[in-house]
Design a binder for this molecule. Structure first.
Ligand SMILES: Cc1ncc(COP(=O)(O)O)c(C=O)c1O
Length: 370
């Protein structure tokens, strides 16, 4: 197996995504680490048991770790990775987190707070001074950037430095940006979390997560959480996630270009109050002028865009986020989060704008005087 630390630093991420996590280049070695279906291993080695390790996990971990610049630990899901990181908060410690975050993470924080295991303070992650002030006495600063689904951006180096000045651990969910567009560990962040279900796997056929740690001691602590908690990925899913990771650079490049073009074409459409785009990545949030009713009508009217939760697949999907009761009340009722896939931009635009035109026509016929 390749060791990510042996990759020369001059290799670009596109190359690292291809060369890391391979067996040695020796005769008759397969090019890819196969799916290792094994619950136990002959004693005396490093793995010992299937809950502690698996060569198919290791190949994935070496590759994602090399891209993020740290040591990676794979998990059964993104939320299992979130859970392992929150397990590092000491009993009663305070976590500072964005008020707009993935709902599952907010539910996890609220659940732990309700059980008295930690305290949580929600902040506007774009307000660097407020975040810095909230970090005084905190055990952990946790955030997403861009946030899901508001697409707000944090000043990662500044809030990280502020949190560290108060002795807090810093964890960033890098699911939306991926290590190709943003490497939080290089900005001083301690732990990066991924829902590998999304862009990393990229084909809507895997549920998996990962934590990448800058400090080997944190990676060991996270590995212990996995071994004790048992939230381990399957070998097949680790294999598929690595296969997805190999093509992430080309997928992201194409999806991002299409997203930017869609933003340019959609901005100013009569049915929309807002087109939110942070300037990178392939997630766009549009806010329909007609609120929830228009947004619900939109997601029913397209041929290519699939009404589905999750994101980051080759196929374009979208959903009205406030359909989930746990979504923050400050997210507009009419916000639809678009996950731009790899279809041709003209086909995606035609499908979406056709549905938007119909929706705005509907809105006029329902409210002819407004
Ligand atoms: C930003 C973000 N983080 C974490 C998760 C949780 O990941 P998973 O669904 O793989 O458990 C999600 C899922 O939607 C997400 O969007």
């Amino acid at each position: 197996m390749t060791d990510p630390t042996t990759h020369p630093a001059d290799l670009r991420p596109e190359t690292v995504a291809i060369v890391a996590g391979r067996p040695a280049h020796t005769p008759d070695q397969p090019l890819n680490v196969p799916v290792h279906l094994a619950s136990t291993y002959v004693g005396g080695g490093d793995i010992a048991y299937g809950r502690y390790g698996n060569p198919s996990w290791t190949a994935f971990e070496d590759t994602l770790g090399a891209l993020e610049g740290g040591r990676c630990v794979a998990f059964a899901s993104g939320i299992a990775a979130v859970s392992a990181v929150l397990d590092l908060v000491p009993a009663g410690g305070r976590v500072v987190a964005p008020r707009h975050s993935y709902t599952g993470t907010v539910m996890q924080l609220d659940d732990r707070a309700a059980a008295g295991r930690l305290e949580v303070e929600y902040v506007d992650i774009t307000d660097t001074a407020a975040v810095a002030a909230a970090c005084a006495g905190a055990a952990m600063l946790w955030f997403e950037s861009p946030t899901n689904p508001a697409l707000e951006i944090a000043d990662i180096p500044a809030v990280t430095a502020a949190a560290h000045a108060h002795g807090a651990l810093v964890a960033v969910d890098n699911t939306f940006a991926t290590p190709l567009l943003q490497q939080p560990l290089a900005d001083g962040v301690d732990l990066v979390v991924h829902s590998a279900t999304k862009y990393i796997s990229g084909h809507s056929d895997v549920v998996m997560g990962a934590v990448v740690a800058a400090d080997p001691a944190h990676a060991d602590a996270i590995t212990t959480r996995r071994s004790l908690g048992g939230a381990i990925p399957s070998a097949l899913e680790a294999f598929l996630a690595l296969r997805g990771l190999r093509t992430l650079p080309v997928r992201m490049e194409r999806a991002q270009a299409t997203a930017a073009e869609l933003v340019a074409r959609l901005t100013g459409h009569a049915a929309l109050d807002e087109v939110r785009y942070p300037g990178f990545g392939a997630i766009i949030s549009i806010v329909l002028r007609g609120g929830a009713a228009s947004a619900d009508a939109l997601v029913d009217r397209t041929r290519l865009w699939i009404h589905a939760t999750s994101l980051g697949g080759v196929e374009s999907t979208f959903e009205r986020r406030r359909r989930w009761p746990a979504e923050a009340p400050t997210i507009p009722e009419g916000l639809v989060r678009l996950s731009v896939g790899l279809e041709h931009v003209d086909d995606l635009y035609a499908d979406l704008v056709g549905a938007l035109d119909e929706v705005s026509g509907d809105a006029e016929s329902r409210h002819p005087l407004t």
